[in-house]
Design a binder for this molecule. Structure first.
Ligand code: FER
Length: 246
């Protein structure tokens, strides 16, 4: 299916648990260079369906089969995408409560969107949230490359042979994640591999400490995309979700 965000077509998929007239919904968001069919996204989606939640997944701006160029994406565009997905979820008549879950840059997006929509989002699940991105952009250090944070180049090198607009760094510099954390008082589950090579586990730990009502599950020895113990991630999400929705 397609969801329009201000004229940009977002590729999305909505799945509902069997035999439920009404149920909660989880909006599920992938990470930087990711897409909605990634192994860890599908695994979390299946776990949430098993818990009796509907799941709305989407490819974010410039990713997967959505419109927009990767080069032109930034945290503002992803935040607007998230607002659009949440409003779409709100328009569905079978939906009771709305949850957000996102991996890495999608986890950061969820943390920011939860603050904007704090009266509409009952709980959030940031997975290995990449909330160091704004701090790193202010230091002039993204994706392992260095740049002058006061004179950001027009192009930044991104992973593989991709390039990213300097506007990505300009936008990221302006984002204050601490304010977003402080603004959201609802329940939070953070899951993070303690051998994450892309987002240091300290960020998951510090976010959990700062949120008013957070649970933290660390996955021993696991990587950014849970190469070793994905089943521990889905188990953590299922256990937490079942406690919430009974
Ligand atoms: C970075 C490290 C990680 C970065 C982005 C990420 C843009 C995001 C990772 C992900 O979403 O999986 O330096 O800079």
């Amino acid at each position: 299916m397609t969801i329009l965000d201000d004229g940009i077509r977002l590729n999305a998929a909505l799945e509902r648990p069997e035999g439920k007239k009404k149920c909660p919904i989880v909006v599920l968001i992938h990470g930087f260079t990711g897409h909605m069919e990634e192994r860890h996204i599908l695994a979390v989606k299946d776990a949430l369906l098993q818990c009796g939640c509907a799941v709305l997944r989407a490819d974010m701006y410039g990713h997967g089969n959505s419109e927009g160029r990767f080069h032109d994406h930034n945290l503002f565009k992803w935040q607007n995408n998230a607002l659009t997905l949440i409003d779409y979820a709100r328009s569905l008549d079978f939906v009771t409560d709305i949850y957000l879950c996102g991996h890495s840059q999608g986890g950061l997006t969820v943390m920011l969107a939860a603050a904007l929509k704090r009266d509409q989002i009952v709980a959030i699940i940031p997975l290995s949230p990449a909330w160091m991105i704004p701090e790193m952009a202010r230091k002039g250090e993204l994706l392992g490359y260095h740049f002058d944070p006061e004179h950001i180049p027009d192009q930044l090198a991104a992973w593989g042979d991709r390039t990213l607009s300097g506007n990505y760094a300009r936008v990221a510099q302006s984002v204050c994640v601490e304010d977003a954390i402080d603004a959201y008082k609802g329940p939070v589950l953070i899951v993070h591999g303690d051998a994450d090579e892309a987002v240091p586990v300290a960020y998951g730990i510090h976010a959990a400490m700062r949120y008013a009502d957070a649970d933290l599950v660390l996955i021993p020895g696991d990587t950014h995309c849970y190469d070793h113990s994905l089943e521990k991630v889905t188990e953590a999400v299922s256990t937490w979700m079942k406690q919430r929705i009974g």
